[in-house]
Design a protein around this ligand. Structure first.
Ligand SMILES: [Zn+2]
Length: 496
């Protein structure tokens, strides 16, 4: 609010300058002004005041650093740069000297050694599953799901579990520089509450699945639950409520069509797992002689904003469909590697112009953390080693997937994903003074291959600081860690 008032004050000041009270005040412009010298001085003084007022526009924040990585269309990196923020928006990005000359900020964050970058965007995860972190590793996906995750979920998932698990997930994500997360789970309304409490942006999809789960016993119940949830979080400044049918193989055709219809009616995204494993493809080919992508397309599931997680086993015809329908892909390299799912053809997708973002998936068994620095690094290296070519996916492309590329996947590229005037102020600072960060030749290469989630120092979401100097400002970290330990004992006992 302060910023809005400030802008109005500034406009008022400029307005005054156009009125030129000195001219109205008497016969000064006449042929024989009685006091030319004082009139001239007054005019000069007024011009100076006007110029200063116009130059120093008010802002709520100025953040400055050694480099500002903008991720704008020209991939501009500004050395000794700064970002000005008013309310929830970025108002200017440029060299620090220019920003300082043009803006008078209420608060400043000067990090002369740091990189300032757009907040990272997670396009696929299950935050509350953080409470299952490491419950069972090194298993086949089907064994992991059927022997551990489904029983553990059946015994433990409740609104309280989801609240504390999401708090833990948001805590880890924010400390590691993620400002937006895309989630699929149960009790997603509780996920949304926890995300808002954390001050984090979320595209949060309520799971719809063809068997009884913790929050709903039938898909019909789940669809009703989802609709109430969509209504509740409509127009929220941080939360985009979404519809998340789990996958093709866990839902009937009718449920998938109803999910699309619901998402379409509320104009919200649909989130779904697609072609994660070879088995999923083989089963669908055996059943209908079409790939999962072709089946989903024929059901009309892609006829609106869709985020498809994984897309490991997509062929050229599938990718043509994804491109034609504007489906965004959430690439999850850690998860695909850990579960030995395969390698998504990311280079081909990017060449076709498909929007590709990054997700940690997980964190229980399929990855075990929410670290987008790791995902950037692995995304680049996985394509290089698979294609035996170190040039196929450079650092610039990996960072793009974690920022503006992820925003495109979510259909939010006009709002987030880069540091540009008019966009939401989702901004991170990353320290570059630790042994893993020096010396620094290229800040983008450093972000992808050398810096760690731990190097994130400050995080702002929607113009509000949520992490300052490596400490969370919005959540009770000690209480979350204690609760995680408590849940660990309870979950372990429930599996015996
Ligand atoms: Zn997943």
């Amino acid at each position: 609010m302060w910023g809005v008032e400030g802008r109005q004050r500034s406009r008022a000041a400029r307005g005054l300058s156009h009125q030129r009270p000195a001219r109205r005040a008497g016969p000064f412009p006449g042929p024989h002004p009685p006091h030319p010298a004082p009139a001239f001085l007054l005019a000069v003084a007024l011009l100076l005041v006007t110029a200063l007022a116009a130059r120093a526009a008010p802002a709520d924040w100025i953040l400055s650093g050694r480099y500002v990585i903008t991720e704008d269309a020209s991939h501009r990196v500004i050395e000794n740069g700064a970002v000005a923020v008013t309310a929830d928006r970025i108002v200017a990005v440029g060299p620090k000297a220019e920003i300082d000359a043009h803006y008078q900020a209420k608060q400043r964050l000067d990090r002369p050694g740091a990189i300032i970058a757009p907040g990272l965007i997670n396009t696929h995860t299950h935050a509350a599953m953080s409470l299952f972190r490491g419950i069972a590793d090194d298993l086949r996906l089907q064994d992991w799901l059927e022997k551990y995750i489904f029983p553990a979920e059946a015994n433990n998932v409740s609104p309280d579990f989801v609240r504390w698990g999401t708090r833990l997930g948001c805590l880890e994500m924010l400390l590691g520089g993620t400002t937006t997360f895309t989630d699929m789970y149960y009790f997603e309304d509780v996920v949304a509450e926890a995300a808002k409490e954390a001050g984090m942006r979320g595209v949060l999809g309520e799971t719809i699945i063809g068997f009884p789960v913790a929050d709903n016993k039938t898909p019909a119940d789940a669809l009703q639950y989802t609709e109430r949830y969509l209504q509740r979080f409509r127009h929220d400044p941080l939360i985009v409520a979404a519809v998340a049918p789990h996958a093709l193989y866990t839902n009937s055709d009718e449920t998938l069509k109803a999910s699309r219809e619901l998402a379409g009616r509320y104009r919200v995204p649909l989130l779904i797992h697609v072609s994660e494993t070879r088995k999923e493809n083989d089963d669908e080919l055996a059943k209908r002689h079409t790939t999962p992508t072709q089946t989903l397309d024929s059901l009309g599931v892609f006829s609106g904003r869709t985020v498809a997680a994984h897309c490991v086993w997509v062929n050229d015809a599938d990718m043509a469909i994804l491109k034609a329908r504007g489906v965004g892909v959430a690439h999850c390299p850690s998860s695909n590697m850990k579960l030995a799912s395969g390698v998504a053809p990311v280079v081909r997708m990017l060449a076709l112009g498909i929007a590709v973002g990054l997700g940690p998936d997980g964190p229980a068994g399929s990855n075990n953390d929410f670290n987008l620095f790791e995902e950037m690094d692995l995304a680049a290296k996985l394509q290089k080693v698979t294609m035996l070519d170190p040039q196929v996916l450079p650092a610039t492309a990996a960072l793009e997937m974690a920022t503006i590329g992820g925003a495109r996947v979510l259909g939010m590229e006009k709002e987030i994903g880069s540091l540009e005037p008019g966009k939401r102020a989702d901004i991170i600072t990353v320290r570059t003074d630790r042994p893993n960060a020096v010396p620094l030749y290229d800040p983008i290469s450093q972000m992808v291959y050398a810096l760690k989630a731990d190097d994130v120092r400050d995080v702002m979401v929607n113009g509000k600081p949520v992490v300052r100097d490596g400490r969370i400002l919005t959540l009770n970290q000690a209480a979350i860690l204690a609760k995680a330990a408590e849940y660990r004992d309870r979950i372990k006992a429930s599996l015996k």
